[in-house]
Design a protein around this ligand. Structure first.
Ligand SMILES: [Zn+2]
Length: 61
């Protein structure tokens, strides 16, 4: 069996998560309250979730 090759971790590209809006910059994603800054919550249909600790927050519409 071939040895499993570890994929190198991709560095967090924080800057791409920011969206320029008019006269200011607004976060497009929220930070994870458990993991802290740098861990963004992934956007889903009606919730956001952290890929690091599986924290999920439901969004009200
Ligand atoms: Zn987290």
């Amino acid at each position: 069996m071939p040895k499993k090759q570890r994929k190198p971790k991709k560095p967090l590209t924080l800057y791409k998560r920011y969206k320029k809006l008019g006269d200011g910059i607004e976060r497009t994603n929220k930070f994870c309250p458990k993991c802290g800054k740098g861990f963004f919550l992934a956007q889903h249909n009606n919730r956001v979730s952290c890929g690091n600790c599986a924290y999920t927050e439901f969004q009200k519409k």
